[in-house]
Write a protein that binds this ligand. Structure first.
Ligand SMILES: NC(=O)c1ccc[n+]([C@@H]2O[C@H](COP(=O)([O-])OP(=O)(O)OC[C@H]3O[C@@H](n4cnc5c(N)ncnc54)[C@H](O)[C@@H]3O)[C@@H](O)[C@H]2O)c1
Ligand SMILES: O=C[C@H](O)CS(=O)(=O)O
Length: 482
């Protein structure tokens, strides 16, 4: 159970299909644990193909009415949903901290971030415009209209269990689509609580469906279904690749928000204190478990030692502990596998000559102290793979050309960051970095108003911004003979 909920019925241990709260057909369940204590919080239904097919059928049945409503009607319901999320921000935050581990203040911040996507797309719903195009024929007229794609399947990760659904459901529902969603097994309760509030906001039965259980089976049904017109996935590049392959037979429209390997570059003309502040946010938000975390920190030779010293001082102030405890900045990692991966990266770097300036110790269970490591080289695993944990590797560089080559030497292309006060350098570097997102003199880039997404093997499409709703619409060309 999850303590201190003002609205206890937000904590649901059933899936949500066709407006009904249901168990798995088999009655089977899976445990959901608190990553800070390893205690069992509750269970979730272990569903499979039959339940997923029923959810898709429910979404298909709900589509004509939902798509047929006016944009204003859909917007009103979405706005009410966002308002309810904010009214229950503390409860939704507590549910998230319990299942994901992030500090309560950060969890409540994610709830506000999630609600901002629902609110943003409630507004965007009413600005889906078509065209009248000057016809080359005297006896015909050319018009375009935009219509919702149809039934959308969504699969989301554990690291932002509220916002990653909101970033998909906002545009999809605003456009008039209906959805079948699967949360990560580690964090189902945030999505189920959002479904409770969606129902209360007036979302009709079948518009939003949530299935939990066997990921490969559920994903297999979603990707092979001819009813599902689009799959939107947020998660690892490995799984994104698999789902893309599985979607080929039905030519699914795809939105993929995948893995990252963000460079964080500090030039010698940067404001060092600001760069340290930005590095703390970009590296340690969600305990380093975000797709846009600084994974490689490049510091120009002249300021390398100063930056390293100030970063160590700042990192040493970060308190690691249970996300419900006062003053905790870093919660647990999501599970033992995540701890093992961070230690593998750390051990490999040390074995190849890197030096640990602070942290990197086990604090028991899924907790570890935040680490700063220097003398890191491109040959180390930490330079090539997404660490997804509290490990800040510092790499020294000499020239602008060198660091751009090093920063771009990866198959990923999601987020990147750099600090410089030289306007010419800002434009040169921003244009040469091969990433979908470039943070300049800031470590915090994410907001509903801006297009979020990657290039190369970090994904397809953009979420948020005025562009985000386009991925859920089809353009229809009407050629009208007079
Ligand atoms: N680009 C972004 O916006 C973004 C956001 C968050 C996380 N991520 C990435 O996600 C990764 C970490 O999250 P994760 O560990 O949950 O990723 P993951 O890919 O293991 O899991 C993501 C989701 O996919 C599901 N899944 C796993 N195997 C599946 C299968 N065979 N068929 C269908 N679904 C399947 C999981 O149950 C989960 O719901 C990191 O690489 C991170 O960079 C990217
Ligand atoms: O982990 C990836 C999320 O997209 C994080 S955020 O959008 O930058 O908060």
């Amino acid at each position: 159970m999850i303590k201190h909920l003002k609205k206890p019925d937000l904590f649901r241990q059933q899936a949500f299909i066709g407006g009904a709260w249901v168990d798995a057909d088999s009655g089977q369940t899976e445990n959901v644990t608190d990553p800070a204590t390893d205690e069992v919080l509750g269970t979730m239904p272990r569903m499979g193909a039959a339940e997923t097919e029923r959810a898709i059928d429910a979404a298909a049945a709900a589509f004509p009415d939902w798509a047929g409503r006016s944009a204003k009607e859909r917007a009103t319901i979405l706005k009410r949903w966002a308002d309810l999320m904010m009214a229950h921000q503390d409860d939704l935050g507590r549910i998230m901290t319990a299942e994901q581990g992030k500090p309560l203040a950060e969890a409540k911040g994610e709830v506000a971030y999630g609600a901002s996507f629902i609110e943003w797309f409630a507004e965007e719903a009413r600005r889906v415009y078509g065209d009248t195009i000057p016809s080359p024929w005297g006896d015909k007229r050319i018009v375009t209209i935009k219509q919702p794609i149809g039934v959308v399947a969504a699969i989301t990760p554990w690291n932002f269990p509220n916002a990653m659904l909101a970033r998909k459901a906002g545009p999809a529902l605003a456009a008039g689509c209906t959805m079948v969603c699967k949360p990560a097994a580690q964090t189902p309760y945030s999505m189920l609580a959002m479904a409770v509030l969606a129902e209360e906001a007036g979302l009709p039965p079948g518009v939003l469906n949530v299935v939990t259980g066997d990921a490969a089976t559920i994903g297999g049904v979603m990707t092979s279904s001819e009813i599902v017109q689009k799959l939107t996935f947020t998660g690892s590049t490995q799984i994104g690749r698999l789902l893309m392959r599985q979607s080929a037979d039905t030519i699914k429209k795809l939105s993929l928000e995948l893995g990252g390997n963000a460079p964080f570059i500090v030039f010698d003309d940067a404001e060092i204190d600001k760069a340290v502040e930005g590095a703390i946010i970009a590296k340690f938000r969600n305990n380093g478990q975000t797709c846009v975390c600084a994974n490689r920190i490049y510091v120009q030779a002249k300021v390398y030692d100063e930056f390293a010293e100030k970063l160590v001082a700042a990192v040493s102030q970060l308190k690691t502990g249970n996300g419900f405890d006062e003053g905790v900045a870093l919660g647990p990692l999501i599970d033992e596998k995540a701890v093992k991966k961070v230690n593998e990266h750390l051990d490999d770097a040390k074995a190849k000559g890197a030096r640990v300036l602070t942290g990197g110790e086990s604090l028991g269970g899924n907790f570890m102290s935040p680490a700063v490591v220097v003398d890191v080289t491109p040959e180390m695993i930490v330079s090539r793979e997404e660490t997804f944990g509290p490990l800040a590797p510092l790499i020294r560089f000499e020239t602008e050309a060198d660091v751009i080559r090093l920063a771009n030497d990866t198959e990923f292309g999601l987020a990147s960051y750099f600090y410089s006060r030289d306007i010419g350098r800002v434009w040169r570097v921003a244009e040469k970095l091969e990433y979908g997102i470039v943070g300049i003199n800031t470590g915090l880039i994410s907001t509903a108003e801006a297009p979020f997404g990657g290039v190369k093997q970090s994904g397809l499409g953009r979420e948020g911004s005025k562009y985000g709703i386009e991925d859920y619409l089809e353009i229809k060309y009407l050629c009208m003979g007079l």
